[in-house]
Ligand binder design. Structure first.
Ligand code: INI
Length: 161
């Protein structure tokens, strides 16, 4: 007997027809642009159509959760991918921005019921950011895109019970 959800293996991801939002923070934009390019590659690999993707930019990671939440609330997207890069400096500011972004993104998905993926890098050095935003499938934007498609499909399945 096969039970739905009985295997931990990665499912086949067919994102055709899914509508996906991307919210990107402009701070450290050279890194975030590379994350965003990775997210678009991931979505394309899953078959998400270009015109089913809506993109918005915000000033920094602190502002990402609000835009993600409002976008999710419209009902116009099946998942939202949040992208940003926070790099540790000499002051506690890093901790506050990371904490707000992390908590806010989780709150956005829990309050709306729309998957909101956390593709916000929180790092000690710029090199760590570069290492996670390259052209391969280990790009964290790409990973967030695959997660968005998986979660959007999963929630459609569960809501159909
Ligand atoms: N925003 C980031 O996205 N990354 C950072 O590294 C960062 N640092 O280091 O300060 C950052 N700050 C801006 C913040 O997200 C807000 O845009 C700003 O505080 C205005 O609300």
């Amino acid at each position: 007997m096969t039970r739905a959800g009985s295997s931990g293996a990665m499912p086949e991801l067919n994102g055709k027809g899914l509508r996906i939002g991307i919210v990107s923070a402009r701070f450290n934009d050279h890194i975030v642009t590379a994350l965003r390019d990775g997210a678009l590659r991931g979505l394309e690999r899953c078959g998400v159509a270009d015109n089913d993707i809506v993109e918005h930019w915000v000033p920094g990671a602190f502002e990402v959760p609000l835009a993600a939440k409002v976008l999710a609330e419209t009902g116009a997207v099946d998942a939202v991918i949040c992208l940003g890069t926070v790099i540790r400096g000499d002051t506690p500011h890093f901790e506050y921005v990371c904490e707000a972004a992390t908590r806010g993104v989780q709150e956005a998905q829990m309050s709306t019921g729309v998957p909101v993926m956390f593709g916000v890098l929180t790092l000690n050095t710029e090199q760590q950011a570069i290492d996670r935003s390259g052209p391969g499938i280990d790009n964290k934007g790409d990973e967030a895109a695959i997660g968005a498609v998986e979660m959007a499909l999963l929630l459609k399945t569960i809501r159909n019970y």
